[in-house]
Design a protein around this ligand. Structure first.
Ligand code: 8YV
Length: 319
C-alpha cells in the first residue's frame, strides 16, 4: 500500500561514489550485500519501487516477480539484455540505460583494439619483454590505413567507430537489420556478406537473444585468413568455440576481444593464442565516462522518484 516505505533496491555493486549518493538520498537496500537476500525479498519485496543494476546483472524474472511494486529498472551501462524489457513493460515497469555518455570511449577502444590486432601491438610488447627482439626482428604485421572495415550494428557506437575510421582512409561498410539513412557507408544485407567484403570486422551490435551467435563459423570463414575480428559488444554475439577453431586453423588472422561468453572466464585456447588481444571488458572504463554513467543513473533515479518517469528510457520502454 502507499503507506509502506518506498525503497530503492541496489541489485549489484556500483561506483562507490554513486552508491554513497544513492544511499544518502533514498531509502536504499543493497541486495547483494544482504546475508539472506531471499528472506529480504519475502518480507520486504513489496516496498521496492525502483531497482538500480549494472548492465551485466540486470533484473532477472525471478527478482522482477519478487517486487510487486517495482516501477523502474535503472541500468548502469548501455546494454540491458540481462533484463526482459517486454516482460517488464507488460508489468508496468519502465527501464532505462546510459546511452551516449559512453559512446566515445567505447569507440576509442574499438579502434585501439583494431590497431592492436592488425599491427600486433600487444604481441610485439610481449616480444620485447620476452627478449625476442635481441634474437630476431618482429614479424611484419598488417597495414590499417586504407583497409576495408565492416561494422556489425551501426548504432551510436558503430557510427562513432566508423567516423573515427574515416580518419584512417578506410572504406567502411556495415550490416544492420534496417539500412541507416544519412550515412556514406555501404550497407550489406548479412553478417556473412559484410565479412566477405572487409579486412576487419568490428562488432558493435546489441547483445541478447536476437544477435546470439551472429558471428558464426561461416562469418569467420568469410572474413578470411587475412581478416581481423574486434568485439566490443557482447561475448554472446560471437560463437566463441568457432572463433577458437578459426584462430587455431588460421582461417582468420587475429582478434581483439573486450567481451566474452562467460566473463570473467576466458577460454584457455584464447589465453594460449598469440593472435588475440584480450581485454577485461574495459571499453567504457575511463574515469570520465564511468562518472558520466553514474551521473546519468542518478538523474534517472531522481526523475523517477520525483516525477514517476525515467530520463533515458530504453527504446522498447517508450510509452
Ligand atoms: C558495463 C557495458 O556497463 O554499458 C555496457 O553495456 O557493457 C559496460 O559499460 C560496465 O561493465 C559496468 O557494468
Amino acid at each position: 500500500t502507499s503507506s509502506t516505505p518506498a525503497t530503492l533496491l541496489q541489485v549489484s555493486p556500483l561506483l562507490t561514489g554513486l552508491e554513497r549518493t544513492l544511499a544518502g538520498r533514498y531509502r536504499t537496500v543493497r541486495l547483494h550485500e544482504l546475508p539472506d537476500p531471499a528472506a529480504y525479498l519475502r518480507d520486504h519485496g513489496g516496498e521496492v519501487v525502483a531497482a538500480v543494476t549494472s548492465a551485466r546483472t540486470g533484473v532477472d524474472n525471478a527478482l522482477m516477480d519478487a517486487l510487486p511494486r517495482l516501477r523502474a529498472i535503472v541500468h548502469f551501462g548501455v546494454g540491458y539484455e540481462t533484463t526482459d524489457v517486454v516482460r517488464a513493460r507488460a508489468r508496468g515497469i519502465d527501464v532505462s540505460n546510459t546511452p551516449d555518455v559512453l559512446t566515445d570511449c567505447v569507440a576509442d577502444l574499438a579502434v585501439g583494439a583494431l590497431i592492436d590486432s592488425m599491427r600486433r601491438l600487444s604481441a610485439a610488447d610481449r616480444y620485447v619483454r620476452g627478449g625476442g627482439w635481441t634474437a630476431a626482428p618482429f614479424p611484419l604485421a598488417s597495414r590499417v590505413s586504407g583497409k576495408r572495415v565492416g561494422i556489425l550494428g551501426l548504432g551510436r557506437i558503430g557510427r562513432a567507430v566508423a567516423r573515427r575510421l574515416e580518419g584512417f582512409g578506410t572504406e567502411v561498410s556495415y550490416c544492420s537489420r534496417v539500412p541507416v539513412a544519412d550515412v556514406p557507408y555501404r550497407h550489406l544485407p548479412t553478417a556473412e556478406a559484410l565479412a566477405a567484403a572487409c579486412d576487419a570486422l568490428v562488432v558493435t551490435v546489441a547483445g541478447g537473444a536476437g544477435t546470439e551467435g551472429l558471428v558464426s563459423a561461416a562469418v569467420l570463414e568469410a572474413l578470411g585468413p587475412e581478416g581481423h575480428l574486434v568485439n566490443v559488444a557482447r561475448g554472446s554475439v560471437v560463437d566463441e568455440s568457432a572463433l577458437v577453431a578459426a584462430l587455431e586453423a588460421g582461417r582468420i588472422a587475429g582478434a581483439a576481444l573486450d567481451v566474452f561468453a562467460d566473463e570473467p572466464n576466458v577460454p584457455q585456447a584464447l589465453l594460449d593464442s598469440d593472435r588475440v588481444v584480450l581485454l577485461p571488458h574495459i571499453a567504457s572504463a575511463t574515469r570520465e565516462t564511468r562518472e558520466a554513467m553514474g551521473e546519468l543513473v542518478l538523474r534517472n533515479v531522481e526523475r523517477f522518484m520525483t516525477e514517476g518517469v525515467l530520463l533515458t528510457p530504453v527504446p522498447e520502454a517508450a510509452h
